[in-house]
Design a protein around this ligand. Structure first.
Ligand SMILES: Nc1ncnc2c1ncn2[C@@H]1O[C@H](COP(=O)(O)OP(=O)(O)OP(=O)(O)O)[C@@H](O)[C@H]1O
Ligand SMILES: [Mg+2]
Length: 302
């Protein structure tokens, strides 16, 4: 059994003149939660559609749990549960009927359906609303229902395309808690897209996509350390130290005898800290946020 639940290698896709994916490679180890983070139009849904076999990429290779998507699409598709960006519930039907339709469509054996639906209602926290029309559910409840429905046929991978769109800040975090809890309890692998940077703190690994390219990947901490350069604040201990700092960092800004230094790569703020620690009366690092790290990676440079 392969250790990778999802694998994309060199995936390319264009819609006419618009290139949506450029040489995208991404690995998601089994049992982990991966976030695909990028601004509008970055290519997130296009990659999701390729993984779901809705779209056939122009080039590249895709595997789900070691099964080649191009060669054995049926087998690969059964291994994934998908929640698309656009809601696909039939809001006129009851919660239970929405689940039953999916059971029939995915060939869940008749004898197993009742138990599968009861479990899905439990997973969604909607057992008390089973017979209400889906139209009467809140946006967060609808998302939980779609997630539970996607798991009805027992997939090992759950793919969610911007599941938190339309939810308020508290409900967004609650939904991530719900998803990471499910992943842990059911030994699922999750790939979840979003354009909200602070949400990806819940993911094991973050793949940042911009203009169809993966521009960075790592854990939230790694991304912060690598791309959120932060600044060094330092008050030299005497005039000689101040002169040395001024000579080494002509771009530093000074206020009340305190310098603010922005490291220029490959220098890191930690390296600067060690370099100047002995020359300083006060010295501290102000870490950048994940938000600023990701913005720096994804802004178009216009
Ligand atoms: N069916 C289509 N026909 C033409 N162009 C498309 C089509 N679908 C997507 N695109 C284009 O491909 C690029 C990537 O779109 P995609 O929907 O994958 O981005 P996204 O990251 O999911 O964005 P969003 O956050 O807005 O959902 C965009 O430039 C988009 O306009
Ligand atoms: Mg999208």
């Amino acid at each position: 059994m392969t250790a990778l639940a999802l694998q994309a290698a060199g995936v390319e896709h264009a819609f006419g003149e618009t290139v949506a994916l450029r040489n995208v490679s991404l690995d998601v180890p089994r049992g982990t939660v991966a976030a695909l983070l990028g601004p509008n139009g970055a290519g997130k849904s296009t990659l999701v559609d390729c993984f779901c076999t809705v779209l056939r990429p122009d080039a590249g290779h895709l595997e789900i749990g070691g099964v080649d998507l191009m060669r054995r699409p049926q087998q690969a598709r059964r291994r994934i549960g998908v929640v698309f960006q656009e809601p696909t519930l039939d809001t006129r039907l009851s919660v239970r009927a929405n689940l039953a339709v999916h059971c029939a469509a995915w060939g869940v054996p008749r004898a197993a359906r009742q138990a599968a639906i009861a479990e899905a209602l439990e997973v969604a926290g909607l057992a008390h609303r089973a017979d209400a029309p889906a139209a009467s559910l809140s946006t967060g409840m609808r998302r939980r229902l779609e997630i539970a429905r996607a798991l009805l046929h027992g997939p090992e991978v759950l793919i969610l395309d911007e599941p938190t769109t339309g939810l308020d800040a508290a409900s967004r975090l609650a939904l991530w808690d719900h998803v990471t809890g499910l992943a842990a309890r059911r030994d699922l692998t999750v790939l979840c897209t979003t354009h909200y940077t602070h949400e990806v703190e819940a993911a094991d690994r973050v793949h940042v996509i911009a203009e169809g390219r993966i521009v960075a990947e790592g854990s939230p901490d790694e991304l912060r350390a690598r791309f959120g350069h932060g600044v060094l604040r330092l008050r030299p201990r005497d005039l000689a130290a101040r002169r040395a700092v001024e000579a080494a960092h002509p771009d530093a800004s000074w206020s009340d005898g305190m310098a603010t230094i922005r490291p220029s790569p490959p220098d890191t703020v930690d390296a600067l800290f060690h370099r100047w620690a002995d020359a300083a009366r006060d010295i501290s690092i102000e870490r950048a946020s994940l938000e600023s790290a990701v913005l720096a990676l994804t802004e178009k440079g216009t």
